[in-house]
Design a protein around this ligand. Structure first.
Ligand code: ADP
Ligand code: MG
Length: 231
């Protein structure tokens, strides 16, 4: 299958020095343009799984392919570069650089990803276009991120993930800090953009109500074996 953006096979992982928790995922695939919601209770290993997919940690066993490329055997620096090229990441707390401007924040992933930078074309113009598509006021680019409202921060986080059209967006509980209205607005924007660019989306949540919007809903219980020893 060539249209898989993400493919995990027989992945096993234990946090070093934390023998109490181990995760095994026999198989998980995400197709090109597919949106997948990953559900699971707190502590079930959702963020750990995303760290494996992003290549921030390496599996003890098994392999992952992102955009057809195996993460096995890549050095730490090569994995960082690969992540910047192929994956747009949206964190739970958005993780904007507080003293950077809106524009600095959106352009950040391009700094480490020459091919993604090339895809973005005129990067400044691409950032402005994303801001306007996401309903941010014109001229916000030079505003410092730490002066933005939460609603504006979430839009900047989406723009940063989308710039340069990475094939895969990974989002770790990006709506957990938002009230119901901002949550719906955030999801509308994210889905609009993902559909527009044909991007694959793997989003983690513990909120099953979000499921209707996604092509597929996957539960940690179904895809992973988790062992947790009593502390
Ligand atoms: P979830 O995102 O589903 O709440 P996590 O993947 O964060 O679950 O956590 C699963 C287990 O892995 C927990 O026992 C947690 O303590 C452990 N864990 C998570 N991140 C780290 C880390 N950076 N270092 C060591 N242990 C971690
Ligand atoms: Mg988590």
């Amino acid at each position: 299958m060539t249209d898989l953006v993400l493919e995990l096979s027989d992945v096993r992982y234990k946090w070093p020095g934390r023998g109490a928790f181990s995760l095994a995922v026999p198989r998980l695939c995400v197709s090109q343009g597919e949106t997948v919601l990953l559900l699971g209770e707190s502590g079930s290993g959702k963020s750990t799984l995303l760290s494996l997919i992003c290549g921030t940690v390496l599996p003890d066993q098994g392999d992952l392919h992102v955009a057809g490329c195996s993460l096995k055997g890549l050095s730490g620096a090569a994995r960082d570069r690969f992540r910047a090229e192929q994956i747009g990441v949206i964190f739970q707390q958005f993780n904007l650089l507080p003293f950077g401007t809106v524009s600095d924040n959106i352009l950040l992933p391009l700094r480490f990803a020459p091919r993604r930078r090339k895809r973005a074309g005129n990067a400044g113009a691409a950032a402005e276009k994303l801001c306007s598509d996401l309903g941010l006021p014109p001229g916000l680019g030079r505003t410092k991120a730490n002066t933005l409202s939460v609603g504006q921060q979430q839009r900047v986080a989406v723009a940063r993930a989308l710039i340069g059209q990475p094939p895969l967006i990974i989002a770790d509980e990006p709506t957990s800090a938002l009230d119901a209205n901002s949550q719906a607005a955030f999801m509308d924007l994210l889905f609009q953009q993902v559909a527009h660019y044909g991007t694959s989306l793997l989003m983690v949540s513990h909120d099953a109500r979000l499921g209707d919007r996604f092509d597929r809903v996957v539960h940690m219980d179904e895809i992973a074996q988790v062992e947790r020893a009593a502390a």
